[in-house]
Design a protein around this ligand. Structure first.
Ligand SMILES: [Ca+2]
Ligand SMILES: [Ca+2]
Ligand SMILES: [Ca+2]
Length: 457
């Protein structure tokens, strides 16, 4: 019997726990099987699952990294090849990183090419600088930890405790060594690029670069990624994208597409990212939401047939939860919008693009709506999964809506989503969905060998 390291959220009367290490199954018509777990006992973190990210390395079973608050926790959630949950690895990172908690919207990103994850922490209550940390998502051992000092506002005042809402791993040509990645960070009004992040602070190529991405009109930024969204005849190689607006999300917002070569200043400068040259593009919406680009994701949908113009460009997925809308700008020139038709659901508060269905190499668009009201249950939360279609115009069709079998008020299912590889070989994947204090793992039995090990008949 595997030691139970999770508190079980719900135990059904007909399911003898001694015979099974699963918590709860939601038997869905589409052959998905679900494991539902709540916070590890070790952490006392009520908001377990506030952010989670899959570890991308194909290995035994599957593995993800989970953030919890209000008491901060880092933990692993993994399964073996039979779908049995593995012992959790959990840590309270506050003593070693000396910080108070995670911010309201913790930034979390996984490196697509390693098991490292990066996140931001708040070191105190409006008195201290903030910190960016990188840990190994399996062992939870620290890889890198960098303090970002307080910043000077445009009016000259010092502004403390500016946390990062957005963080991503990227490779930027000409930023230190090409063999070492950068961290691209949306932090308050600043764009921060941590060049060659895994080098020692004293290393020859480690550097903190950046600029003020939000001009005097804006005071905050939500998300930052690197993608190739501008034709290489105009700008060769990838660009830096950052969404900017107001911290309280009560003003205008837009997405800036910047030439990385313009980002040469120390990160804590008050200098604008457009000081020497204007943004290559600005992406706006005529609906003028206050949160355009709350989430940014680069994708590769087969929207055009090689070698059509622009075929090599990335597609850009950007969300506006206040509109209940997700926008997709295809590299081939087309565009699409998706909306669930339910207002006030914060559709797009989380998003992931991955080949979840059919094993056909065509990714699906998976979107969380944590304030959706399934069965009329207020803020129970839902996740919407869309299939891509190429004709007559590239766009998306709703394929599936997921929510707990018995949603409860304020459960906020879909506040985080990720797709993790399942199994050391093949193309199996699982979908993981964070909710208020819990994480649901969907084993899609139609996609690979059934893993309903130990389930009572
Ligand atoms: Ca580099
Ligand atoms: Ca380009
Ligand atoms: Ca697919």
């Amino acid at each position: 019997m595997v030691t139970r390291t999770f508190v079980l959220a719900v135990a059904t009367a007909t399911l003898p726990l001694a015979a099974c290490n699963w918590a709860v199954f939601d038997e869905l018509a589409d052959e998905a099987w679900v494991d539902r777990v709540t916070k590890p006992e070790a952490t006392d973190s009520r908001q377990y699952g506030v952010a989670l990210v899959a570890l991308p390395m194909r290995d035994v079973g599957t593995q993800a990294f989970v953030l919890g608050k209000s008491r901060a926790s880092l933990s692993t959630l993994g399964y073996d090849d039979e779908g049995k949950r593995r012992a959790v690895n959990a840590a309270d990172p506050r003593p070693t990183l000396s910080f108070a908690s995670f911010p309201d919207r913790p930034a979390l990103a996984g490196d697509p090419d390693s098991d490292r994850v990066a996140f931001t922490v708040v070191m105190g209550e409006n008195v201290d600088p903030t910190r960016i940390a990188v840990v190994d998502g399996r062992t939870l051992e620290s890889v890198k930890s960098v303090v970002l000092v307080a910043q000077t506002e445009v009016d000259g005042t010092m502004r403390h405790n500016i946390y990062a809402e957005g963080i991503s791993f990227a490779t930027l040509p000409a930023f230190g060594m090409d063999t070492i990645k950068e961290l691209v960070i949306a932090r308050g009004p600043q764009l921060v690029i941590m060049q060659d992040y895994s080098e020692a602070d004293s290393g020859t190529t480690f550097a903190l670069k950046g600029c003020r991405a939000a001009d005097a009109m804006f005071d905050w930024s939500y998300s930052a990624i690197v993608a190739n969204v501008v034709d290489d005849t105009t700008h060769a190689g990838p660009e830096v994208l950052i969404s900017v607006g107001e911290e309280r999300r009560d003003g205008a917002s837009e997405i800036l597409v910047l030439d990385p070569a313009q980002i040469t200043q120390p990160y804590d400068t008050a200098g604008s990212c457009e000081m020497n040259s204007p943004a290559l593009q600005r992406i706006t919406s005529i609906e003028a939401p206050p949160d355009l680009g709350a989430r940014l994701v680069a994708a590769q949908f087969p929207d055009v047939v090689d070698p059509a113009p622009g075929f090599a460009l990335d597609d850009l997925v950007y969300t506006a939860p206040s509109l209940n809308k997700v926008f997709v700008r295809f590299g081939g020139g087309g565009a699409a919008e998706v909306t669930p038709g339910e207002s006030g659901s914060e559709f797009g508060d989380s998003v992931v693009v991955a080949d979840l269905f059919d094993d056909d190499g065509i990714p699906e668009l998976i979107i969380g709506a944590p304030r959706s009201d399934p069965f009329g249950v207020s803020n129970g939360g839902s996740v919407y999964i869309y299939r891509f279609h190429a004709t007559p115009q590239p766009g998306f069709d709703l394929a599936m809506t997921l929510h707990p079998a018995e949603p409860v008020e304020e459960e906020r299912f879909g506040k985080s989503v990720t797709v993790a590889p399942f199994g050391a070989t093949g193309t199996g994947v699982v979908l993981m969905v964070g909710a208020e204090g819990e994480v649901f793992t969907y084993f899609r039995t139609a996609e690979y060998a059934d893993v309903r090990t130990g389930r009572a008949p």
